[in-house]
Design a protein around this ligand. Structure first.
Ligand code: M6R
Length: 608
């Protein structure tokens, strides 16, 4: 949620830190800061607000140097003010720390440190860690960090510098990602590869409990017992262009428009059109193990949870295996029924969501095989699952998830197809679904070509204060997703419901001020949803209807019609979601909202 970047090398560190922080700003953006070793002196500059505020602070009071650390914050302990912004200094001013995560026992540690004379100038848990490292310092910064971390409960990704050893950066990870970037005579530390991609694509990922020590002569990794760790350098597959806006006004819009390509990338090499099945190389499940599965649990959060709901319907329909979909935050704290014949599908764009990761670990602990549907290569979930299907959607920077959602549903379809064809699904039905998948990228493009019409609808509703999204069957989860997109970026209150459920309560909200978005493609429940549209019209509600063909029965029932192409029922939520993403985007922009950095949110939720 917060972002870390560090640099040691021959160049001036400040532009490198600022450039890295700008790339990380999508992860957290309420305050930022840097600490630089300037001729052996530790100097910090911090500012509440966006990185531009930090740049202004540095402009007014510059620092220079070749070693430094920077941070962009998403507040947990204490409001987003200058004094709570990272880096935090130890009481004696010799140690500076930036930190992602939460130190859970910081209250106890703070009391103990205060008794020893430490003084605190922020509300943060991080400042406590800086003081603890000072307290543990006996001549070696890495030893002091290790000693302090042994006393800490909670999660962290940290970077530490000290004026006592001005040629060194120490990093450590436990529950929050960290990597080392390697380039000719320059070394980087970052929570996310995008922070350093302008300088190097060669990275070394730290595993849980590992420490990195960077000097101008190289880097080394060790575990918490100081045993050396060897890890090979990996090369990031994407380049700078993938994390730039490329002429679009916002990352979200770019990512919506990328979907013909990203869906094609998720499918690439995986469809077997003739056999009506899929080939998924990373499952790590033998034929026997696949046949043994007698229960599927899907766990995820937010948008990924919505794609999981679609996956449930697909797997039950195609493979006839019972499926439960669980909010990861709930699953991890209950007593679920899991056996060694349970397949736990873990869905996460970032691969770092704390609740999802914990749910996966819990399912594993109880004997399930885990399968990650993850976008970010090398992320923690991808590294810890038993098998996986990478989404290959490329970096998703906009906080509102769009292209990851379509790729998740496509990946789930590929999986359901495989499970189904191994069991009951006929080759003819398998071929029909495989061909429908193959046709998706071009169909998505036709919807995107009609974006101006959706923008015009957005203009008519930009001042609405409430929205309802109604769908049935495969399109009920898409209704939830449409409502989430609108509320998170426009701050308009929106709810998604199964359309028929409306008359059990939400119908009381319908009046001429209530826009209702119906997801009504021509599918198995089309006739049923028409009745629900009539119920809304009868009460004066405004209707925006997503349909897939000329339907005389809808004449007079639609204030606005949005057309999507026809496909098999189970893929209709992918197509229906595209206009919903555009509708949310255009409404938010017209309301003047910052769609890429909506208030209070962060791209990757790495705290519980
Ligand atoms: O990275 P993940 O897929 O695990 O993230 C899960 C949710 O935090 C995420 O989908 C969130 O709901 C998005 N802001 C939705 O647009």
């Amino acid at each position: 949620m917060c972002g870390i970047v560090g640099y040691i090398g021959p160049k001036n560190v400040v532009p490198i830190l600022i450039g890295g922080l700008k790339r990380l700003e999508y992860r957290g953006y309420d305050s930022a800061g840097v600490a630089v070793l300037d001729r052996g002196e530790l100097r910090t500059r911090r500012a509440a607000g966006k990185i531009a505020m930090l740049e202004a602070a540095l402009g007014a009071d510059p620092v220079v140097g070749h070693i430094g650390i920077g941070h962009t914050r998403w507040a947990t302990h204490g409001p987003p003010t200058d004094r709570n912004a990272h880096p935090h200094l130890s009481t004696d001013g010799t140690i500076a720390v930036v930190h992602n995560g939460i130190i859970e026992n910081y209250g106890t540690l703070k009391t103990q440190l205060a008794a020893k004379g430490h003084r605190f100038s922020s509300d943060t848990d991080t400042e406590v860690l800086a003081c603890l490292i000072q307290e543990c310092y006996e001549g070696s910064l890495e030893d002091a960090v290790v000693a302090a971390l042994r006393l800490v409960e909670g999660t962290y990704g940290i970077a530490v510098v000290s004026s006592r050893e001005p040629q060194k950066i120490v990093g450590a990870r436990q529950g929050s990602p960290l990597l080392v970037g390697v380039s000719d005579g320059q070394y980087f530390l970052a929570s996310d590869a995008s922070a350093i991609l302008a300088h190097t694509r060669d990275v070394v990922y730290l595993s849980e409990g590992e420490i990195a020590v960077l000097t101008s002569g190289g880097y080394r990794l060790m575990d918490i017992d100081a045993a050396p760790v060897r890890r090979s350098v990996e090369t990031i597959a994407w380049d700078l262009e993938a994390i730039e806006r490329g002429g679009y006004d916002h990352f979200m819009l770019k990512e919506i428009f990328e979907q013909p390509t990203t869906v094609a990338n998720t499918l690439r090499g995986r469809l077997r059109l003739e056999e009506g099945t899929s080939k998924l190389g990373g499952l790590n499940l033998s034929h026997e193990q696949l046949m043994e599965i007698d229960q599927v649990i899907i766990t995820a959060c937010g948008t990924s949870w919505h794609s999981g709901l679609i996956g449930e319907l697909m797997i039950e329909d195609m493979a006839r295996i019972p499926v439960e979909v669980e909010y990861a935050s709930e699953f991890r704290y209950r007593n679920p029924i899991v056996t060694d014949r349970t397949l736990c599908i873990v869905i996460s764009q970032s691969g770092e969501t704390a609740d999802t990761l914990a749910a996966m670990r819990e399912a594993k602990r109880r004997g399930a095989r885990t399968l990650g549907l993850v976008n970010v290569v090398g992320s923690t979930i991808a590294r810890e699952d038993d098998g996986g299907i990478y989404l290959h959607a490329g970096p998703e920077i906009g906080v509102a998830s769009t292209k990851a959602f379509s790729s998740q549903v496509v990946a789930l379809t590929l999986l359901a197809l495989k499970l189904g064809r191994k069991r009951n699904l006929s080759v003819a039905r398998g071929r029909e679904i495989a061909q429908a998948l193959d046709a998706l990228p071009a169909q998505i493009q036709t919807i995107l070509d009609a974006a101006p019409a959706i923008e015009a609808i957005a203009a008519a509703y930009q001042d609405a204060t409430n929205f309802l999204y109604l769908g049935r069957g495969y399109n009920f989860p898409a209704a939830l997703e449409g409502a989430l997109k609108l509320k998170e970026i426009s701050y308009i209150h929106a709810e998604g419901y199964p359309a028929a459920e409306m008359k059990h309560g939400p119908i009381a909200l319908i009046d001429e001020k209530m826009p209702v978005v119906f997801l009504a493609p021509h599918d198995a429940v089309f006739d049923k949803i028409v009745s629900n549209i009539q119920e809304v019209r009868a009460r004066g509600g405004r209707t925006i209807v997503i349909t897939s063909r000329d339907e005389p029965v809808l004449a007079g029932l639609m204030d606005h019609e949005i057309r999507i192409p026809e496909t098999v029922d189970l893929l209709s939520p992918v197509l229906a979601s595209i206009p919903l993403q555009l509708l949310a985007y255009y409404i938010a922009v017209k309301r003047g909202a910052n769609v890429d950095q909506p208030r209070n949110l962060a791209k990757s939720v790495t705290v519980e």
